[in-house]
Design a binder for this molecule. Structure first.
Ligand code: DGY
Length: 329
């Protein structure tokens, strides 16, 4: 035992990056990826001065009830709907996220999903792997072009903007909806036009969701919103499960009231709505939009920087850069 403060890292990540904590902290890293139950998690947190956690760790008042030494929960994600920020603030615990370093990777992945869904890539691959390719009909596997079609973005934060920038190369007009329009200069740089939500739903050929999950955005796209979309449209969700009502989406996809979808996130993940698994007009992936080596390493580095900074070390000593509840500092 040492008298250094203690940091617990809830999931295996990049040891070379975590090593930056070692001169200042006693560091414990979980060596396997597993979800701890609430009481196991509370027991882990009780002994720590800082923790680096992931989306699978749901942390609220109960989990930090005995965590008297805990000063920071550094989340390995930009979204932090797994953490009850009000409860952390009430307990005087800072919460940090990994904003910005993942914008470009997530935007790339949104486009990978969009293009994959438009060209039916994963369904075609399944067909090929199943040994069905004896001859391909001229009119088999017809997808839809993206060029010139309208890209809609719901949630035009930094990730939404990075997605919009990429639309220029595809010659796509971009419309978006946010609670408030972006400053004109930012809109111009994104070649994007603010519209109301009904217009966004009704005019988008490809609708990408890039908004955080909050009580207000839960089921922001449910049956009534899906009914406003074109039957030829595709829905892409790289934001969070729960923003879409997955049961309503599965029904719309099954009945071809919506042409297709591409989903990286799911309500109740890692469980999926079973109907989604049976449909061929949906591309599915296991919440990997930020999963590149470079970006996951950078996310780890941001979490480490925030922990170091809160304890007065590292490049941002005393000024942790990504605190989402700065009132506690
Ligand atoms: C995030 O950072 O919020 C992503 O969804 C996790 O990869």
């Amino acid at each position: 035992m040492t008298d250094k403060p203690r940091v617990w890292v809830s999931r295996p990540t990049f040891p070379g990056v975590i090593a930056r904590l070692e001169p200042h902290f006693e560091v414990t890293v979980e060596d396997t990826e597993r979800k701890l139950g609430p009481s196991e998690l509370a027991a882990r947190l009780a002994r720590q001065d800082a923790v680096i956690v992931g989306l699978k760790d749901r942390i609220g008042a109960a989990e930090v009830g005995a965590a008297e030494r805990l000063r920071i929960v550094a989340n390995l994600a930009v979204g932090y709907d797994n953490i009850d920020v009000d409860a952390m603030s009430a307990a005087g615990i800072a919460v940090s996220n990994t904003a910005d370093v993942l914008n470009e990777s997530v935007a790339d992945y949104a486009w990978a999903l969009l293009l994959g869904a438009a060209r039916r890539m994963t369904a075609a691959e399944r067909w090929l792997r199943a040994g069905h390719w004896h001859a391909t009909e001229f009119k088999a596997w017809l997808g839809s072009d993206v060029r010139g079609r309208t890209l809609g973005i719901l949630g035009m934060g930094r990730i939404g903007q990075a997605i919009a920038h990429r639309a220029v190369g595809f010659g796509m007009p971009v419309i978006y909806h946010n609670r408030s329009p972006l400053p004109e200069a930012v809109e111009r740089a994104c070649h994007a036009r603010h519209v109301d939500k009904a217009q966004l739903l009704g005019e988008s050929d490809f609708l990408v969701l890039a908004l955080p999950l909050t009580p207000r955005t839960r089921h922001a796209v449910g049956a009534p919103e899906l009914a406003l979309m074109k039957p030829t449209a595709l829905l892409i969700n790289i934001a969070r499960g729960g923003i879409v009502d997955d049961a309503a989406l599965a029904a719309a996809l099954r009945d071809r009231r919506l042409a297709g979808a591409a989903l990286d996130v799911f309500e109740g993940e890692p469980k999926l709505h079973p109907a989604l698994l049976t449909l061929d007009n949906v591309v599915l992936s296991p919440h990997i939009a930020s999963a590149t080596t470079e970006t996951r390493r950078a996310m780890t580095s941001v979490a480490v920087d925030n922990v170091l900074a809160l304890f007065g070390h590292g490049p941002h000593a005393g000024r942790p850069p990504n605190i989402v509840n700065p009132n506690v500092l």
